[in-house]
Design a protein. Structure first.
Length: 111
């Protein structure tokens, strides 16, 4: 029960609409924000959006050894993981406060 009786449905709907608008705004900001990760002392750099989409990958010529493509693959994987971790941290920082009152998150959001 709610203290003082029934909740005001209009007020609840306004609060829900405001929260939905804030979540939408935060998701848009995340999609537009870019974060980077690197590996091999900067030989490989990956850039992802705050939503986790890989948008750029830079490989320094010094990282390319035709005789050792496995190391290059490992560096790419490490850089992408580093960038993705930074995006997840950004998501938690931006979306966490908006979703705390919703039982630990919203289905479909990546956190």
């Amino acid at each position: 029960m709610f203290p003082g009786g029934q909740p005001n449905m209009q007020q609840l709907l306004k609060q829900a609409q405001k929260m939905q608008e804030e979540l939408g705004k935060a998701q848009k900001e995340l999609a537009e924000t870019k974060v980077s990760g690197s590996a091999g002392g900067g030989l490989v750099e990956a850039t992802v959006t705050g939503a986790g989409e890989l948008v750029a990958l830079t490989i320094a010529p010094a990282a390319v050894d035709p005789e050792d493509t496995e190391t290059l693959a490992d560096l790419v994987l490490a850089a992408v993981r580093d960038a993705t971790a930074a995006a997840q941290k950004l998501q938690a920082e931006r979306m966490g406060p908006l979703t705390q009152g919703l039982g630990g998150g919203i289905p479909g959001l990546p956190f």
